[in-house]
Ligand binder design. Structure first.
Ligand code: C2E
Ligand code: MG
Ligand code: MG
Length: 400
């Protein structure tokens, strides 16, 4: 792979050049000037697989450079390098991502060999796990047929206590077992269901399946909380609470162990009906969780209006929080607020050990994320649990 490094500081250029050589990358072009770098890239954009760019440069700064990369149609990877503070670096990174550039990450100056190595290993990971075929757009008719043909299945992701590591529940996450495309993620079809009047059917299928699995776990001595995602659109049907109660009774699942996770995906025409329904769900002792908290869809106004029992902090505030003091402030404030309102707190998107330790120290109740376990078919849960029992002690041995 051919790499281009642009930095106005000659020493920084030399250092990165040598470090890249140490890691086995010898095909490196260094540029002192952003204009020169752009000329090189423009003449042969397809030739370069990776660009390292300093943010602070005279003439053309990093942000402008990123815009020029987009203009010339650069398709390779991008790594930002800077001595600026963390927040500026992260913002620049987000900006580049918003331009749909393949951003590997940001490095602080002076760049260390291990940080560089970590970043370059991401290059391999991101190349492998983004299959092009996942970019299908489905029609409402196809989705209707999938619903009728029982092609929607539930996966379950564990939710564990941060204090003890104990498995407290699972979240059900719907997948489409597509005959040609394989396992399709909900982002490719839940929005279609919401837009085309299929969400009530989708929710019922997911709910009934989750209740059955939950009922079986309870009967088998594993009294888990089962969470199901619902859309605001589901809350326009007034008999929703009665339907849930009927199905739970049929599945032998206690309502006290059911949690409905809600995000506000669009503004409701009649704002009273969701409130009516959510209040009645609560009167039936069903748990209500505010999902993706902090993202703008799930806001303070909802906390004020709806009797939520659980607050799920969005993964954009959890992931990397141990390295970002701004995220820590937001996390602590959200957790303190939830505690004062008597709500249980869940951190989603827990991928790193350091974030786990941080959230434990902040007395967050529950963690969910790849560090603990990925979403899996119900049948895989017992094997996961055995594996987790062997691993959880190591994550909870230190006092919080
Ligand atoms: P969500 O409810 O916030 O679910 C969490 C999402 O984060 C899941 O994605 C999960 O696989 C993913 N996730 C979990 N741990 C990690 C982690 O450590 N790192 C990262 N990067 N991601 C993690 P998934 O399954 O693709 O679901 C996406 C969204 O689709 C869900 O977000 C939920 O809003 C929606 N959804 C899923 N199932 C249903 C459903 O049955 N009904 C409705 N209405 N929406 C659903
Ligand atoms: Mg959820
Ligand atoms: Mg969420």
């Amino acid at each position: 792979m051919k790499i281009l490094v642009v930095d106005d500081d000659g020493f920084a250029l030399q250092l990165l050049d040598r470090q890249l050589a140490n890691l086995g990358f010898s095909n490196v072009v260094s540029c002192n000037h952003a204009r020169e770098a752009l000329t090189r890239l423009e003449s042969d954009a397809a030739y370069f697989g990776l660009v390292f760019c300093d943010l602070q440069m005279p003439e053309i700064d990093g942000v402008e450079f990123v815009r020029q990369l987009v203009r010339i149609g650069y398709r390779g990877g991008l790594a930002l390098v800077s001595g600026e503070d963390e927040r500026v670096l992260r913002t620049a990174e987000r900006l580049a991502r918003a331009h749909h550039l393949d951003v590997l990450g940001a490095l602080h100056k002076p760049v260390t060999l291990s940080a560089l190595q970590g970043l370059l290993s991401l290059r391999h990971a991101s190349r492998c796990d983004a299959p092009e075929s996942a970019r299908h757009i489905y029609t409402p008719q196809q989705l209707r047929a999938a619903l009728d043909g029982n092609q929607l299945i539930n996966h379950y992701q564990p939710k564990v206590s941060l204090a003890s590591g104990e498995l407290v529940g699972v979240e059900s996450l719907v997948r489409w077992q597509h005959p040609d495309d394989g396992l399709v993620e909900p982002e490719h079809f839940v929005g279609i269901a919401e837009k085309h009047g299929l969400i009530d059917d989708l929710t019922r299928v997911v709910l009934v399946t989750a209740l059955r699995h939950g009922g079986a776990w309870h009967a088998g001595g594993l009294p888990l909380q089962v969470a199901v995602n619902i859309s605001m659109e589901n809350l326009g049907v007034l008999d929703f609470p009665d339907m849930v109660e009927r199905e739970a009774a049929a599945a032998g699942m206690p309502l006290t162990h059911l949690v409905l996770e809600v995000t506000e995906s669009c503004l409701m025409k009649d704002p009273l009906s969701p409130l009516d329904i959510l209040t009645r769900l609560r009167l039936k002792r069903i748990g209500l969780s505010i999902d993706d908290f902090g993202t703008g869809h799930s806001s303070l106004a909802q906390l004020r209006d709806i009797p939520f029992t659980e607050l799920k902090i969005d993964r954009s505030f959890v992931h990397g929080a141990s390295r970002n003091s701004y995220l820590q402030v937001i996390l602590e404030a959200s957790l303190a607020m939830a505690r004062q309102l008597g709500m249980k707190t869940v951190a989603e998107g827990m991928e790193e050990r350091a974030d786990w330790n941080l959230l434990r120290t902040c007395s967050c109740d529950v963690a969910q994320g790849y560090l603990v376990g990925k979403p899996m078919p119900a049948a895989d849960l017992p094997a996961w649990l055995r594996e987790w029992e062997g691993r959880r002690g190591e994550l909870t041995s230190r006092p919080a």
